[in-house]
Design a protein around this ligand. Structure first.
Ligand code: FAD
Ligand code: SF4
Length: 569
């Protein structure tokens, strides 16, 4: 179906005397151009090539090389004890960290540029949204309902979980639906077992974590090893047991012979033809600075919630002076992400016990949202939403308490050593309300090294966010107390954002006046333009976003193939 459609539109373009179409006719025209190679772009190209589409994948970064990283190096062997971006500096070229402007409250976004996007060094926790998470307006009178339901996305969650090898345990919780797990989670560690028992007494359930990590090695276009429990997932997994699109779905798409990979090519703007449809993308070669136009019948933007709206806004043209898909001025708006609060305590039961070498699969435990069930005992909640908690995902490579312990000499060293095996860290991630004033914009006068306008990120916490933060922070301290800790350090007094979980800037909705995309991530305004990543989220819950991004990408890719089959695209 893809080939038939191609020749039909080639005929069209040759008949048309328009200059641009003549130019296009001379050049190769791909069926689909996908921009961005993270979880979304990766699943997109896998599904599209499997459906027979001649696809090109454009990625701003290069292939990450393990030998350029410092995965297992000890901090004392590294400059500045490894602080800053030193360990992964090779993945952040072109002064990318500074090519962004933040206005408002303290937040930050990860701007890694590499094949695989942030999945190259993510922590792989995979959580389904619950049925209620898609219905905030109906249930709580805030924000909007998603234009799709849990039942509609559930089969795609299952597919993504199996593809990504998500392990987990079946718990039967309505606020955190069970997945189609391929294996049981690794056992809880000592501190987590103690915490599980103690937290149960105050009505908080601690369960094994759900992660997309291989527990058995696997052969494939790229062989991947089994987890060896080193605790370095976010430093990049040296055996590639952590699911990442660069070692899974992208090589699988390459193996079909239908994928062209174009690395080191930041997209400057999306091209538009005389009919107002998108016709390709203009990219910059990072090495030479030369610009080139790449043509395609369908463009799928998968650059994540900051860069996708940036690209749409930077693509303003005569036909769309406010940017693509943006006549309602909603592209870039409703920026959201997780609000965070955490602390580290030292479990009295484990102080002075033997230290251990096995850090584990980074984190082993998760506390699903519990505040929805505690309304009575904790008084009436005056905010909407909740939080989940992840534990022990910070490194054991150094004693986090060393600066907080008082004294000096041998007594000081003894105390630092005694506390180390007792470390118990909690990080809570809460829902942030989507608000129209939080947004990404561009300013033609502020550009990066390629002359492309940088993203300007305007964000302030809302009243609901701050009320939720106060309760969430209290509950972190309450949980640590219940576990029996002493010496609490690193407690967050102010909210942090977004734990690299930013979403919401090109929202999906049924009404083209109040949303950018339909339920398949297709632009209401330009039918052959799709935006498939966290930007499309209508609202956010406390759950990590990537499994939902992957499921939506598969759903959207299959819809594109179906529209082509029906001749509607
Ligand atoms: C340290 C860390 C830990 C995390 N842990 C978890 C976790 O445990 N669970 C979870 O659910 N999520 C986690 N995340 C978030 C997760 O990585 C992202 O949600 C996920 O990668 C999003 O996928 P994506 O495809 O939408 O975007 P990305 O992975 O960000 O990929 C976007 C890609 O687009 C490319 N790009 C951007 N602009 C352009 C352009 N103009 N032209 C060409 N290419 C462009 C980028 O280079 C990048 O490769 C974590 C993130 C980090 C950084
Ligand atoms: S803990 Fe396992 S999955 Fe994580 S980096 Fe180490 S080997 Fe890889």
């Amino acid at each position: 179906m893809w080939e038939k459609k191609i020749s039909a539109s080639m005929d069209d373009s040759l008949l048309n005397a328009d200059k641009m179409r003549m130019q296009i006719a001379k050049k190769k025209i791909y069926d689909v151009c996908v921009i961005g190679s993270g979880a979304a772009g990766g699943f997109m190209v896998k599904e599209l090539t499997a459906a027979g589409a001649d696809t090109i994948l454009i990625e701003a970064g290069d292939k990450g090389r393990l030998e350029d990283l410092y995965i297992h190096d000890w901090p004392y062997d590294l400059p500045k004890r490894g602080f800053g971006l030193f360990k992964q500096a090779s993945l952040y070229g072109d002064d990318i960290g500074n090519a962004i402007e933040y206005r408002g409250d303290r937040i930050g976004v990860d701007r890694i540029r590499t094949l695989g996007g942030r999945t190259f060094h993510w922590n792989a926790v995979c959580l389904r949204f619950s049925a209620d998470d898609f219905r905030e307006r109906s249930l709580h009178g805030v924000e909007e309902d998603w234009p799709l339901s849990y039942e509609e996305i559930a089969p795609f969650y299952s597919f993504a979980e199996r593809q990504m090898h998500v392990f987990g345990t079946r718990e039967g919780l309505s606020q955190l639906p069970d997945g189609d797990f391929v294996a049981e989670s690794p056992r809880l560690r000592c501190s987590e077992t103690i915490a599980q028992k103690r937290l149960a007494k105050i009505g908080i359930k601690l369960i094994p974590v759900r992660k997309a990590v291989l527990l058995k090695g696997q052969k494939g276009p790229i062989s991947r090893g089994a987890c060896h429990y080193c605790g370095h997932c976010m430093d990049v997994c040296d055996v590639r047991a952590v699911w990442s699109s660069d070692v899974t779905v992208i090589p699988e798409a390459m193996a079909t012979g239908k994928l062209t990979l174009r690395l080191n090519s930041p997209a400057r703007k999306i091209l538009v033809d005389n009919d107002g449809l998108v016709s390709g993308v203009s990219v910059v070669d990072r090495a030479t600075g030369r610009e080139e136009e790449i043509y395609a019948r369908i463009v799928v933007v998968c650059c994540a919630a900051i860069e996708s709206p940036r690209l749409l806004l930077n693509s303003a043209c005569e036909k769309y002076p406010n940017g693509l898909a943006n006549s309602n001025d909603l592209v870039g708006r409703y920026l959201s992400g997780h609000i965070t609060a955490g602390a580290i305590g030292y479990l009295k039961d484990l102080i002075g016990k033997d230290t251990f070498a096995g850090d584990g699969a980074t984190d082993h435990a998760y506390i699903p949202r519990f505040n929805q069930a505690r309304g009575q005992s904790h008084g009436k909640r005056d905010y909407v939403g909740g939080w989940g908690m992840q534990m022990n995902y910070v490194t054991w490579q150094w004693p986090h308490h060393a600066k907080s312990v008082e004294g000096f000499g041998s007594a000081y060293k003894k105390r630092v050593r005694e506390l180390q095996p007792a470390m118990f860290q909690i990080g809570a991630w809460g829902k942030v309300e989507h608000r129209v004033e939080n947004r990404v914009t561009v300013d033609p006068k502020k550009v990066d090294k390629f002359g492309i306008p940088i993203p300007i990120v305007q964000f302030n916490w809302g009243e609901n966010d701050l009320k939720l933060f106060r309760d969430m922070r209290e509950s972190v301290m309450e949980a640590l107390d219940a576990c029996g800790v002493e010496t609490v350090i690193n407690r967050d007094e102010r909210p942090g954002g977004f734990a690299s979980h930013e979403v919401g800037t090109c929202g999906m909705g049924k009404d083209p006046k109040t949303s950018v995309l339909n339920a398949y991530c297709q632009s209401h305004e330009i039918k052959n333009l799709f935006v498939v990543d966290g930007s499309c989220f209508t609202t956010f819950s406390e759950k990590n976003p990537t499994l939902t991004i992957a499921a939506l990408a598969v759903r959207s890719a299959r819809h594109i193939a179906e529209l082509r089959r029906r001749g509607e695209l």
